[in-house]
Write a protein that binds this ligand. Sequence first.
Ligand code: ATP
Ligand code: MG
Length: 407
Amino acid sequence: MTPIFPGSVDAAGQRATLGVVGGGQLGRMFVHAAQRLGYSTAVLEPDAQSPAGLVSHHHIQTGYDDPAGLAQLAHLCQAITTEFENVPAQALQTLALTRPVAPSAAVVGIAQNRIEEKAHFAACADVSGVTCAPYAVLETPAQLQAVLAERADLLPGILKTARMGYDGKGQVRVKTAAQLAAAWAELGGVACVLEKMLPLTAECSVLVARGWDGQVVSFAPQRNVHVGGILAVTHAYAGNMPAALAARAREAAVAIAQHLGYVGVLCVEFFVVDDGSAHGGLVVNEMAPRPHNSGHYTIDACDASQFDLQVHAMAGLPLPQPRQHSPAIMLNLLGDVWFDADGQPQEPDWYAVLSLPGTHLHLYGKLDARAGRKMGHLTVTGPDIAGIKTVARRAAELLSLPGLDAI
Ligand code: ATP
Ligand code: MG
């Protein structure tokens, strides 16, 4: 891969341009990072008012698999990435015929399908040292019958659709065989996995960036708290989890990325389970082939963010090991914040929040706030952990955020 230099201009007078398929908030923060370095950007997104499309030099407003739109993206850009998991892998394949695409259609395809994803985790368990939760594949009525008859060990469990799940969508918790059968029918009998419900003591994730040349860097694990299946709080500071466990998670995530031959930013999510050992056991949950909500704190707390590394990796630039300069807590801001206790629309009290020291507000430019919709996030940084906890708690109170007891 020949590096694509930021700010360079070709013979036709066109500035080096990086492209992204998808126009959500991850694309927006990618665009910000690319533009800061001096690249032009192009976003392929059907929505006229998307978070990334609103801030990009070019917005190609077509479907993700529209041949003309893809051709235009390839024409404009020297390299292309994606910002959401459910991008049609075929679209990335088409783009890769003429342009460097990172991550590749093949690895995005694996991460899009829980069945393939778990098979990958199993295939590299020897090098990663972690396995996933016990599970069974449910693709046919015969497999359902077999699981009902033979896999009582997986109950209580969570039935998850193999494809298109996010933020806890496409998941049903089941306690009994009858509930399992009903839940599979309710999901339309599509390909699923039934996962055993594990006693989680914590959750964490690790961000890895890997270049075309195999160079790899990673961030320390962040500890994540979910409320209602959606990330609510991320704790990113030394001591957020036992050091031995953090080291294992980081090594496992790097091994998983290496084994995939991954290029770009990969986020690997882990469960910490009570297995009777001193620090608990580590179980790999899933991976996202892109920057991740749990890594947003890196923008304000590190000398290179997950989006900076996404830009560097795809453009063939060096990947220096990022350094976290401040402890951080990230609070997700869902659409609920724009409604009062009676469900009436309200403007959040940003004046009060922004008067707290070390608060960094990121709103994604979405016009309509809806319950559960990711509208933005607030990162709190400061010189010490006790101080950021105090500020984060106060901000969470002011905004009536969930997960207050987890700060
Ligand atoms: P996202 O895309 O937001 O990461 P998702 O929809 O892909 O979420 P998962 O990560 O599989 O879903 O699950 C969402 C949350 O549900 C997990 O973070 C965890 O809190 C809980 N959960 C999922 N699987 C299990 C399990 N086997 N045992 C216990 N809790 C689980
Ligand atoms: Mg998840």
